[in-house]
Ligand binder design. Structure first.
Ligand code: ZN
Length: 268
């Protein structure tokens, strides 16, 4: 496919690290369609970026109407993810934050690794968990304990999945460090219950406790970051309400006064 001189392939390569060949073909096809729609003969960098985002997180749904209250909640929710990920030292940097509905979500905060990465440390996982909790925690701080919404449902699901993977597959528990409990037979949960769980009930209980401890620690760290930086959170949420989408440079500028509180720190 023909591309024009604005296209930055190194940048695209960094963003698509880990994508399959089919994903890449999909992005190229989308970009060609977007270019054709504006009657261009060559694909521009803007076309490619739009195509990449569409394939990675679903198309923008500008027609979906959000009322003012939900818009505000979404802005604070996304600002919560962004500020926690921005401040924690082992999180990837914020790439983009938007409160325009995309795919099935109300908004998106997007983190991208600066370079290709094959391994993830416990520190990095813990920062991923904390930033995933940032949306729910921001809602709680703004709207009170029971003012929280279903907007965090998929964040919590993802966080629990990561925490379980850390404990069961990666030997990253505290009490269960260096032990792996994955059941290679796969199959349905029902099967596992009836015949093939490779560990005792006591271990199953420990696994649940370890997962809970990880999620709890993540929520506490997210809350510490957000409480410490309430002013920055407010600034970011207001900027989102005004502009709807903020790129990395804008986020970094808005959060320039935000600090890492001592109790959210995991290492020196
Ligand atoms: Zn969220």
């Amino acid at each position: 496919k023909q591309v024009d001189s604005t296209v930055n392939l190194d940048n695209l390569a960094a963003k698509t690290a880990g994508s399959s060949g089919a994903d890449l073909a999909n992005i190229a096809n989308e970009a060609a369609i977007i270019a054709a729609r504006r009657d261009a003969k060559k694909i521009s960098n803007a076309d490619l970026t739009e195509a990449f985002e569409k394939v990675a997180i679903g198309p923008e749904r500008k027609t979906k109407v959000m009322n003012e209250k939900e818009k505000e909640l979404t802005a604070y929710h996304e600002a919560g993810h962004a500020i926690v990920g921005h401040i924690l030292p082992d999180s990837d940097p914020v790439h983009k934050v938007t409160i325009i509905p995309r795919g099935s979500t109300g908004g998106v905060t997007w983190f991208l690794p600066p370079e290709d990465k094959s391994y993830t440390s416990v520190y990095e996982f813990k920062d991923i968990l904390a930033r995933a909790m940032g949306g729910r925690v921001a809602e709680k701080i703004l709207y009170g304990d029971d003012g929280i919404t279903t907007g965090a449902g998929s964040d919590l699901r993802k966080a629990t999945e990561i925490a379980r993977d850390m404990i069961i597959d990666q030997g990253m528990g505290t009490k269960l460090r260096d032990q792996v409990f994955h059941d290679d037979n796969g199959g349905m949960v029902f099967d596992k219950m009836t015949h093939s769980r490779p560990y005792s009930d006591a271990t199953a209980k420990l696994i649940d406790e370890e997962v809970e401890a990880l999620i709890r620690e993540a929520a506490v760290r997210a809350e510490s970051v957000i409480q410490t930086n309430r002013k920055s959170l407010e600034k970011l949420a207001n900027a989102l309400l005004e502009q709807e989408t903020l790129e990395e440079e804008a986020v970094v500028e808005i959060l320039k006064d935000a600090v890492l509180p001592k109790d959210a720190r995991l290492h020196g």
